[in-house]
Design a binder for this molecule. Structure first.
Ligand code: PLP
Length: 430
C-alpha cells in the first residue's frame, strides 16, 4: 500500500462508521448480510417499511376499500402529494413537481414543451444540444423530438460544451451527473450560459436526486426530470418525476394530452383543456402499488432530515468516494484499473467508475460472486472505455463496506478469478 492511504485501515473505517450521523439510517433498509451493495445508483435498496406499505395498499385499500380508495386513500392526488415531498430534495417549490410515468416519457414531454417554446421565442434556432455520453434514452428521445420540431441534434463532450453552446441552440439537454463517469455539471453556471445564448435547459437528475444537493429554482433551470428507483429507493420501475420552472410551465402544452392532465378530468369533456401548472404533465392512471413503494423511499429522506438531510448525505458521499478512490488508486492500478471519475469534489456525484482495459464485465461478475455488487457499463458503439461502476449511497453504505469491497477486488484480481468461464458469459442486464 502506498503512503497516501496508510491512514485508511479497516479499523479507521469502522471508526468513521461509529461517528457517522447517518449511520442509524442504514437500519431502515433490508440489506442481505452477505452482500456489499454498491449499486444504489442503478437500483436503490429496499426500505424495510415498503413490503408492509405495499401490502396495505393491496389488502386494505384495493382489497377492501376498492374504488373508493381513489378518494379515501388519497390515490388520485398522490402524484402531486408525493411530488411535493420530493420537491424539497431537488430545490423545487410546492406544486412544481409531480411523480409520474418514466424518465424517458417525462423527457419526451419536457423536450417537446421546451422545443415548442424555444421555436416560438426564437424561430431561427435549429439545434438541440446534448452530450455524446448522455444516457442513450435521453438521446433517443431527443432524436424523436428533433423530427417533430424540425431541430437538429448536436452532440458535444463536456469539454466542448462552452463552444458548442452558440446562438443556434434552442434547447440544451444534459444529465447533471453522468451515468458513466459520475462527472457533475455546475447546473447554475451552465444554465446561465445557456440562457445567455437564448437556449432553454432540460436537466436529467437520474443520478442526482437523493445523491447530491440540487437546487433547481436557485439554478434558474427550465425543465427537469429524474428517476425514482436509484438513490430515491422507490423500487424497480418506480415512477419518475418531472419539474418545470413556474416561468415556463404553462407557456406551452406537453404533447401527451391524457385525461390526468386535463383541467377537469371527471367532466369527461370531449376536448382537451390542460391543467394549469405542472399538473398538465400528468397523462394517464398511475400505479398505486408503485406509488406506495415510492412514498416509503421518500420517508427515509424525512428520517435523514433529522440528522442533516442532503447536507449530511453529500458530506458522507464525498468522504465515501474519497476513501474508495484513494484505495483503488493505491491497490488496483497495478491490475490496469483506472479511475475515470473526477476527483474534485464539486465536479462529481456519488458513484465512482474504474476503466478496465480488459475483462471488465468478467471482473464485475467475479466481484458479484464474492458478494460485492456493482455493475458494468461497456464502451460499446461509442468506443469509450469499459467501466466498473460503484454507487456509494450514503443512506446505507458504510465506510467498512468500501474497505471490504476493495479488499475483495484486490483478492479477485490477484487470483485472476475473472478469467473463469462462468464469469465470461454475458447476461441480458449488465
Ligand atoms: C441518466 C439516465 N436517464 C434515464 C434513465 C432511464 O430512464 P427510464 O427510467 O425511463 O428507463 C437512466 C437509467 O439508468 C439514466 O441513467
Amino acid at each position: 500500500m502506498n503512503k497516501r492511504t496508510d491512514h485508511i485501515t479497516r479499523e479507521a473505517c469502522i471508526a468513521l462508521d461509529q461517528h457517522d450521523p447517518l449511520g442509524a439510517i442504514r437500519d431502515a433498509f433490508v440489506l442481505p448480510a452477505s452482500t456489499i451493495y454498491l449499486d444504489g445508483n442503478s437500483l436503490g435498496a429496499l426500505p424495510k417499511a415498503t413490503a408492509a406499505a405495499v401490502a396495505k395498499v393491496v389488502t386494505q385499500e384495493w382489497g377492501q376499500d376498492l374504488i373508493q380508495s381513489w378518494n379515501t386513500a388519497g390515490w388520485f392526488m398522490s402524484p402531486q402529494h408525493q411530488g411535493n415531498r420530493l420537491a424539497s430534495i431537488v430545490g423545487a417549490g410546492p406544486g412544481e413537481l409531480v411523480i409520474t410515468d418514466t424518465t424517458s416519457v417525462n423527457l419526451y414531454k419536457v423536450l417537446c414543451a421546451a422545443a415548442e417554446l424555444a421555436r416560438k421565442q426564437h424561430p431561427s434556432k435549429r439545434v438541440l444540444l446534448s452530450e455524446t455520453s448522455n444516457f442513450p434514452t435521453d438521446l433517443y428521445m431527443a432524436q424523436s423530438v428533433c423530427k417533430h420540431y424540425d431541430l437538429r441534434l448536436e452532440l458535444t463532450d463536456a469539454k466542448g460544451l462552452a463552444s458548442a453552446l452558440n446562438g443556434d441552440v434552442a434547447v440544451l439537454m444534459l444529465t447533471h451527473v453522468n451515468y458513466r463517469t459520475g462527472a457533475m455539471y455546475d447546473m447554475a453556471g451552465v444554465t446561465q450560459a445557456a440562457h445567455g445564448v437564448g437556449a432553454l435547459t432540460v436537466w436529467d437528475l437520474a443520478h442526482s436526486a437523493g445523491a447530491v444537493p440540487v437546487d433547481l429554482n436557485s439554478a434558474n433551470a427550465d425543465y427537469a426530470v429524474g428517476c425514482g428507483y436509484k438513490y430515491l429507493n422507490g423500487g424497480p420501475g418506480a415512477p419518475a418525476f418531472v419539474w418545470a420552472n413556474s416561468r415556463v410551465v404553462s407557456a406551452t402544452k406537453q404533447p401527451l394530452s391524457g385525461w390526468w392532465g386535463h383541467a377537469s378530468p371527471f367532466a369527461f369533456d370531449a376536448n382537451y383543456v390542460p391543467q394549469v401548472g405542472i399538473d398538465q404533465y400528468l397523462c394517464g392512471t398511475q400505479s398505486m402499488l408503485a406509488m406506495a413503494a415510492m412514498a416509503c423511499g421518500l420517508d427515509v429522506f424525512e428520517q435523514a432530515n433529522a440528522v442533516g438531510g442532503m447536507t449530511a448525505i453529500r458530506a458522507k458521499s464525498l468522504a465515501l468516494t474519497d476513501v474508495f478512490m484513494d484505495l483503488c488508486a493505491a491497490r488496483c492500478t497495478e491490475f490496469g484499473l483506472v479511475n475515470v471519475t473526477p476527483t474534485a469534489h464539486q465536479t462529481r456525484g456519488s458513484h465512482v467508475s474504474l476503466a478496465a482495459p480488459n475483462g471488465g464485465y468478467a471482473m464485475m461478475q467475479a466481484l458479484i460472486a464474492r458478494g460485492v455488487v456493482g455493475d458494468f457499463r461497456g464502451g460499446g458503439a461509442t468506443g469509450e472505455a469499459d467501466l466498473l461502476r460503484f454507487g456509494l449511497t450514503p443512506l446505507y453504505t458504510r465506510f467498512v463496506d468500501v474497505w471490504d469491497a476493495v479488499e475483495h477486488m484486490v483478492r479477485m484480481l490477484q487470483a485472476n478469478e475473472w478469467q473463469r468461464s462462468e464469469f465470461n458469459r454475458t447476461q441480458a442486464v449488465t
